[in-house]
Design a protein around this ligand. Structure first.
Ligand SMILES: [Zn+2]
Length: 376
């Protein structure tokens, strides 16, 4: 993780860069944020920058041996403490971070913007209360007592320090206040105000902001391929949280797919009663969601067309169930029917944005689509 991997938040990055350049790296820092802010990502990028062998003014180099280890989260001088619980294979009393490092690296590689729930699904602790147990006190003190293996700094990243057992928290106060030379603590908390005051008073607080709507929508478009007008809507709904935005994006896709699949089936079988029910469902959506759904339908038709006219795999933009559906759809409609369907749906998408009775619109559209299906 490097600064460049985090979209935006330039002011925060500059504060950290300046601290390094001017040799004012605080030995115990609290990265405080609201849920959904990239606080853990920022701590990871900062740790990478601190130990990089050839850093630039802006960022870690990404190529040196330190960077390459940090990229895989296996740097011997970067230690992680995080909440865990008992699992199928680990008794609750034995649960501690060091037993779950493999899962932790998997989490950081695949879901670094994830929350505690995402983490518990990965290590197998769903539904159980995760904590940082008393035992971690010893791990923290012992790891910092070691000489740095190869880095300039020994770095102890503690994720969700507010979930630290009181004995562990009290047990690290001394080392937090006076860590061994060249060691530093990065405490990453989404609930900084619930930390013990003795912990808070020993750390320098840095507030990590959530993404702005604009940063989030650019990020969704650039890194996750979400179409730009939809990215804007999602960014607004997600309230600065990348995790929420990605979740909403996946939800919208799944809902639209199921709705579209069912709709096409009902039109094909001319199930008028059920189509009326579906028109009611459609009318309950916001205008924007209705528009998005119809455009989604057009994109599936595009995939169906690709499957009719080409054998080139790379032209497919969708995967999995959607691809299978599009390919099967392509087998039952002709190119002529495809053109008629596209014209009908795109005309409806045009009308939906104007103040039209959406139930009636959907019903008319369904009847017309049924007619196209019956053409030979
Ligand atoms: Zn480097």
């Amino acid at each position: 993780m490097r600064f460049k991997d985090i979209h935006g938040l330039e002011a925060t990055k500059n504060l950290l860069r300046t601290a390094v350049k001017s040799n004012h790296v605080a030995h115990a820092q609290l990265f405080a944020s609201m849920p959904g802010a990239p606080a853990l990502l920022m701590a990871l990028a900062y740790a990478t920058y601190l130990n990089c062998e050839n850093p630039t003014e802006e960022d870690a180099c990404g190529d040196c041996s330190s960077c390459s280890k940090n990229q895989k989260f296996v740097h011997p001088d970067v230690h992680f403490i995080f909440p865990v619980s008992g699992t199928k294979n680990v008794k609750p009393i034995d649960a501690e971070s060091r037993l779950f490092l493999k899962e932790w690296r998997g989490f950081l590689l695949t879901t670094p913007h994830g929350n505690l729930n995402d983490w518990s699904e990965i290590y197998g602790g769903e539904g159980k209360k995760a904590i940082i147990s008393t035992k971690e006190k010893k791990t923290i003190v012992n790891n910092l007592a070691l000489k740095a293996f190869e880095g300039k700094f020994k770095i102890m990243i503690i994720w969700h320090p507010e979930l630290m057992h009181k004995n562990a928290a009290n047990g690290i106060l001394k080392v937090l206040e006076e860590p061994p030379a060249n060691s530093l603590f990065l405490l990453v908390s989404e609930e900084p105000d619930t930390l013990l005051t003795t912990i808070i008073s020993r750390t320098q607080r840095l507030n990590i902001p959530t993404f702005t709507d604009q940063e989030l929508s650019e990020l969704l478009t650039a890194a996750h391929g979400v179409e730009s007008s939809r990215a804007k809507q999602l960014a607004h709904l997600a309230d600065g949280s990348l995790r929420t935005a990605l979740y909403l994006s996946a939800q919208v896709e799944a809902d639209n797919f199921n709705f579209f699949k069912q709709w096409m089936r009902l039109c094909h079988q001319r199930q008028m009663g059920e189509l009326v029910d579906q028109a009611d469902e459609f009318a309950k959506l916001t205008k924007a969601a209705q528009g998005t759904f119809l455009k989604y339908g057009l994109s599936i038709l595009r995939e169906a067309l690709v499957s009719i006219s080409s054998t080139q795999e790379k032209l497919f933009r969708v995967e999995g169930d959607e691809k299978t559906f599009a390919a099967n759809f392509g087998k039952v409609i002709s190119i002529d029917q495809f053109q008629k369907l596209s014209a009908l749906i795109s005309e409806a998408a045009y009308h939906v944005e104007r103040n039209i009775n959406s139930k009636l619109l959907f019903m008319n559209l369904s009847i017309n689509i049924s007619k196209v299906f019956s053409l030979k």
